[in-house]
Design a binder for this molecule. Structure first.
Ligand code: DX5
Ligand code: ZN
Length: 220
């Protein structure tokens, strides 16, 4: 079984010390940088945009996993490729022509991800799963860090894993929101491949240790 990955969410970093926090992730056991882009329309919050991602990219030495919580994401696919995104995830709920969007992301040389809000059923991906590199299951309602984990997520992960296996797809399953040492093992057992963790990592006094412990739990 391939190893389970940890993706610290930079949304919870100290923005006044962004380079320091990026270097902490570089030096840690973490695998990816998770970057939350919010537009204040798709979600009721605005995070940060292109100039900040550009600054992060300059220092980041690991995979850049961009989670777009924006309406009409097709407008910015090329821009995010140019900014160094390795994986570009769009929301199912924000895409009228999801299949076309996925092709456009791949045409720019990135891996294509689809995020599902807590109310969105995984069966809606029946016809696209073989075109999706990563499904991000939202385990909180998107828009804010530090929210509590929605327990129904375990069922969704199992359903998605079943769909991926049945279709012979190689899609990775990512969990985003409220991830801690308390739910990591159960998520991985249900089929998760990548755990995003924001507050749990950055609010810790021993951030590198916390990442190391989370990764050990996920791979135990
Ligand atoms: C929520 C974001 C998450 C968030 C996770 O809208 O997509 O990536 O940063 O933060 P925590 O781990 O604090 O729930
Ligand atoms: Zn996210």
């Amino acid at each position: 079984m391939s190893s389970k990955l940890i993706a610290p969410s930079v949304l919870a970093a100290d923005f006044a010390n962004l380079q320091r926090d990026v270097e902490m992730v570089n030096a840690s056991d973490a695998d990816w940088f998770h970057i939350d882009i919010m537009d204040g329309v798709f979600v009721p919050n605005i995070s940060f945009g292109m100039p900040v991602l550009q600054a992060i990219s300059k220092h980041a030495k690991k995979t850049i996993d961009v989670h777009l919580m924006i309406v009409d994401p097709d407008r910015y696919i090329k821009t995010f490729a140019e900014l160094g995104s390795d994986i570009l995830t769009v929301h199912y709920e924000a895409c009228t022509h999801l299949h076309r969007t996925l092709q456009a992301i791949k045409a720019e040389g990135m891996k294509a991800g689809v995020a599902l809000n807590p109310h969105t059923n995984v069966s809606l991906l029946e016809d696209t799963i073989n075109d999706i590199d990563l499904v991000c299951i939202m385990s909180v309602n998107p828009g804010f860090g530090g929210q509590s984990f929605i327990e129904n997520t375990y069922n969704k992960v199992k359903q998605l894993k079943e769909l991926i296996t049945r279709k012979g797809a190689s899609t990775q399953i990512e969990i985003d929101g409220g991830v801690t040492n308390k739910n990591a093992k159960q998520l991985v057992d249900a089929g998760a491949d990548v755990l995003v963790a924001g507050s749990y990592v950055f609010k810790s006094k021993t951030q590198e240790e916390t990442i190391k412990d989370l990764k050990a739990i996920a791979n135990s």
